[in-house]
Design a protein around this ligand. Structure first.
Ligand code: ADP
Ligand code: MG
Length: 315
């Protein structure tokens, strides 16, 4: 087994201009190593370059420069082995409308050269909850069923790496739960999972490690836990007994705000201040606290601080 399921260095992609679109540098030099056995999240806003990266891994988009190794196989040197090591569930729900799920999975198995005797079509369809739809035309399947069929197709060759591009975009909560459970189970059985998402909650819940990608570059990569730990801030939210229009002078490390609903939000670094010092100043100035709650930092803070646009005129 290789230490890294995926190794990417200096990866660039510039889409050529067409009659309808101008050229676009979607990836500007990506370096990324993804450890075997993880659930790895590629997190970034729309247009960041996530699908471009995934589609290069899938062999659907041709890179402009750089090196990509999948399961230790250089994509340019061993294209067949590298392709056999990965299964990709694309973002777009494109399926042949006139094939049934059973036929779709069979065709896919054929493309991967899997002999009839080694195919697990029924088992795979059952696993994604499509056993009773095995012989229905794809055009009659709901969006959620189509996504599950794409997942089944990605699994026909039992790849050690499974990549899912926005697996839960636009699916209902029940299906999202089902997909999450299934992805976790595959991971526990040893499959390395890579998923892209622009839902912070999904990344926080699912991923061991995260790379935040924005405007074609990796802006941060770390364990989910470490990324969250870099945010040592905490926010106290105070409901005053009577409306407050002006706040007393607080320690300079505190960011204060009176919110539209009249609550006072005080954000501070836990490493530098104690809540007591802030509350002392407030109470000393005559503000009476009716209620007090606190807000913990979440991935959203990390995300906003890493992808905020003020440092770069290009959007
Ligand atoms: P994401 O998946 O993170 O939303 P994409 O990889 O789809 O981002 O897109 C990255 C950038 O590349 C965007 O600006 C997008 O408009 C552009 N892009 C994507 N696909 C094409 C294409 N086939 N031709 C030209 N530009 C493209
Ligand atoms: Mg995308």
């Amino acid at each position: 087994m290789t230490e890294y399921a995926i190794e990417i260095s200096g990866l660039r992609k510039t889409y050529a201009p067409t009659r309808r679109t101008s050229g676009k540098e979607a990836l500007k030099g990506i370096d990324l190593n993804i450890r075997t056995g993880k659930v790895f999240g590629l997190l970034g806003p729309n247009g960041a370059g996530k699908s471009t990266l995934i589609n290069i891994l899938a062999g659907l988009v041709v890179k402009s420069a750089g090196k990509v190794s999948i399961w230790g196989f250089d994509q340019d040197v061993n294209p067949r082995q590298s392709r056999a090591s990965i299964g990709v569930v694309p973002q777009e729900l494109n399926l042949d409308a006139f094939l049934t799920p059973r036929e779709s999975v069979e065709v896919q198995a054929g493309l991967y050269g899997i002999p009839k005797s080694a195919r697990r079509t029924d088992e795979i369809l059952a696993r994604v909850g499509l056993a009773d739809k095995a012989d229905a035309y794809a055009r009659s399947l709901s969006g959620g069923m189509r996504r599950r069929l794409l997942l089944a197709k990605a699994m026909v060759h039992s790849p050690p790496i499974l990549v899912l591009d926005e697996p839960t975009a636009g699916v209902d909560i029940e299906l999202r739960r089902m997909l999450w459970d299934y992805i976790r189970e595959l991971n526990e059985q040893g499959t390395t999972i890579i998923l892209t998402t622009h839902y912070l909650e999904e990344a926080e819940e699912m991923c061991d490690e995260i790379a935040i990608i924005d405007r074609g570059l990796v802006r941060a990569q770390d364990s989910t836990q470490n990324l969250l730990a870099t945010m040592d801030s905490k926010t106290l939210v105070i409901t005053p007994e009577s409306p407050v229009s002006q706040l007393p002078a607080l320690p300079s490390a505190v960011r204060s705000e009176i919110r539209p609903d009249g609550t006072i939000a005080l954000t501070y670094s836990r490493a530098r201040l104690r809540a007591q010092e802030i509350l002392d100043v407030l109470c000393g100035s005559g503000i009476v606290l009716r209620d007090l709650t606190s807000e913990e930092p979440d991935l959203e803070n990390v995300f906003i601080s890493l992808t905020s646009r003020h440092d770069d005129p290009e959007t």
